[in-house]
Design a protein around this ligand. Structure first.
Ligand SMILES: [Fe+2]
Ligand SMILES: [Fe+2]
Length: 285
């Protein structure tokens, strides 16, 4: 395990009541595409995170390092909480007309199929790769004011900020487990290559279908305005793509990108210095 061991605290965050007044186009300035991108991401999180938990838990008994073992418990606790809160958010989005529950079911079935046919070590390699996705996204959320602003509604921004902080806190856990159980470099890199394209293709399909089914898309000038705004977002920059690709370098480790200071900053902003919760992360952005 490279770098200092990191605390992975499980926090009793509950945001569901705050989702009640999230409007349909919740993103900044009611942006159409960003609302659909955020909904698409949230739709795949709960079942994706359940998969991450199962993939890591499978190897739990083979981890000898007590610090890594403690980090695994924290990782599981954090991912379970993320799944619960994103399911609550998805239920609200579904009630507003998004197809989030349908996508959740589809994701669950796709993952179940994969788990029936894929070796456990490949599942863990995919988990480590996808954790690099969430860590990359997390870093962006924590560093870019523009990205935080793009979420629009405060409850959505808080959900993604809290999630971002915890993704950064546990970003190396699945990776360290993969290495501790003897996972090799070739499989690790291959799984990232597959994940990178599969993720982009599946997200694009989801967003395009969502837009096609959204009446708002057909209002004059609406899509053009949203395209202009979306194109400027750091999420879709070459830099983010390169940060993802860095994972495919031999010898890569998630701690190659130090994010400790960023984690400290957001721990303090969201939860106070002593880790106590501040008004259920309200007003934290
Ligand atoms: Fe998560
Ligand atoms: Fe994660």
């Amino acid at each position: 395990m490279r770098g200092k061991s990191k605390k992975v605290p499980v926090r009793p965050v509950k945001l569901d009541e705050e989702f009640a007044d999230v409007p349909r186009l919740f993103a900044h300035d009611g942006d159409l595409i960003v609302s659909h991108v955020v909904a698409a991401l949230s739709s795949v999180f709960p079942d994706g995170e359940d998969f991450f938990v199962r993939s890591v838990r499978h190897y739990k008994d083979r981890i000898e390092d007590p610090e890594l073992n403690a980090a695994v418990l924290g990782f599981i606790g954090q991912e379970v909480t993320h799944g619960r809160e994103h399911r609550a958010f998805n239920a609200h989005l579904d009630s507003l007309g998004y197809h989030t529950k349908f996508v959740e079911r589809l994701t669950r079935r796709g993952i179940a199929f994969r788990e029936r046919h894929s070796p456990a070590i490949a599942n863990l390699a995919s988990t480590a790769a996808l954790e690099h996705f969430t860590a990359t996204l997390a870093e962006l959320v924590m560093t870019s004011e523009e990205t935080r602003e793009s979420f629009g509604h405060e409850a959505v921004r808080n959900l993604f900020l809290w999630h971002a902080l915890e993704e950064a806190e546990h970003k190396a856990v699945a990776f360290d487990v993969y290495q501790a159980v003897g996972g090799g470099e070739r499989l690790r890199i291959l799984m990232m290559k597959i994940a990178r394209y599969a993720f982009v293709v599946s997200m694009s399909i989801q967003v395009i279908l969502g837009l096609l089914l959204d009446r708002e898309t057909y209002k004059p000038g609406r899509l053009r305005k949203s395209l202009a705004y979306t194109r400027k977002q750091p999420l879709f920059s070459r830099e983010s793509w390169n940060q993802l690709k860095a994972y495919e370098r031999k010898g890569f480790h998630p701690d190659d990108r130090p994010t400790g200071d960023l984690v400290e900053l957001w721990r303090e902003r969201l939860f106070g210095v002593d880790g106590a919760m501040t008004e259920s992360v309200r007003g934290a952005a």
